[in-house]
Design a protein around this ligand. Sequence first.
Ligand code: SF4
Ligand code: SF4
Length: 502
Amino acid sequence: MSSAQPWRQAIVLSRFDLADGHELLLHSCEDCACPVSDEQAVHRHVLPPPAAPDDSCWVRASDVAEFPLEGEYRLLFNPLSSAGVVVVNGSALDIFRDFRLPAVPGDVARSRPGRAVEISQAFGRLAQLELIHPAGQRPRPEFHDGQVLTAWLHVTNGCNLRCPYCYVNKSAEPMDESVGRAAVEAVMKSAVSHGFPSVKLKYAGGEATLNHRLVISLHAYARELAAACGLRLYATLLSNGVRMPASLIQACKAEGIRVMISLDGLGDQHDIQRPFVNGKPSFQFVERTIAQLIRQDLAPHLSITVTGRNTSGVADVVRFALERELTFSINLFRDNNCAASFPDLRYEEQAITEALLKAFAVVEDLMPRWSVLGSILDRGQLLEPRQRSCGVGQDYVVISQRGKVAKCHMEIERTLGDVFAHDPLQLVRQDRTTALNLIVDEKEGCRDCSWRYWCSGGCTVATFRATGRYDIKSPNCNIYKSIYPQALRLEGLRLLRYAASG
Ligand code: SF4
Ligand code: SF4
């Protein structure tokens, strides 16, 4: 652009421009062992101060991807930085492109007379967001150790539904109080001895509400122990949503326990894969529970599992969630022994990609203030660079109804010891025989992928089941590569809508 042409003030937007930005980052950790902790989300809110122009040469980061967005706006994304999606207008894009080759900021300003202040400010923002960097000092991704020890407490092995994709070899056996207390004690001890400041308990099963009295009493005990140990405590109740006793709702509200409900579609689309034991449909019960929770100011998070059966209804259930201002996550069916006799659960790449893109269109239509980048991409998340797709073997323990310890809830029967005699975290960290959760750079096919520090190569248990290997890319790789750019676009549109308006 020549100096004679009209120009608009350079605009550079990122999630850090949202006043409540860190609270709007949602992780899909409610139903898996998410490696991004709540503490890390808070840390990300702090950016380094903007760089002041000096006489050194700066250059645009070579890995930055550019996508068109809306009108003059474009999206910039540096996969090796923690800054996330950045939206720029045409003027800011011109300044960014001025650093295609190493350039001194002062020279760039002089090439655009009358815009020195604006260029200095835009330069500072682009540098702060690691889109340009001092020549020869390419940004490197920063990885953080987990700050939250997450424990799956399998409070019952029983369930009133018979979802064909469920990996639990069900029985009526509940966890009893003594096992539950021993489990909570062991988790707290693990957290303290391994230096975690926080613990997150997931009350799960089976159907956790079938043992709701234990959930309530265990949580009270966990709260006492956490306070005595100086630990922060988070908790989530995972439920099929068929019925939620009033006492449990009150306890969740009083104790700040989040509720996650599985909802796979509307009407038949849900019932086709979440029937009662007797085969009857469950949707109307789940819908009623969701309405009840919303009325009682305990808005649930919805977990949507996509299989070959319900692909056509994913967009509808996403619309259902957004119209009620509910957060949600989308998970792709993971094959397992219990589901082996239902071949129609397996999905076609193209069908599932199309279904996800239709759901993304609904997100665009009803754009929420919160970022969907951590929750709509199965095991991928585009919120924070990371080396592993989940916390298995690092900061996640699974405890069965009998107090046995396993690495992943999908492999709850592959036990390593128990909470009565062992430090559960030590057990899972030492184990080299089950669910090897390798870093993404060790996975064949992932090492050179530009998405690697955001995707991390997918669920290790699912990959092993499909390929017999842990050190290889996810069988969902093609799906992931198709949806990641579209997800970034959604984030760009969110920033345009909410960050631009302050
Ligand atoms: S699974 Fe595919 S998209 Fe993910 S990091 Fe590996 S190669 Fe990249
Ligand atoms: S191994 Fe897979 S199923 Fe298990 S916690 Fe990790 S992502 Fe979830």
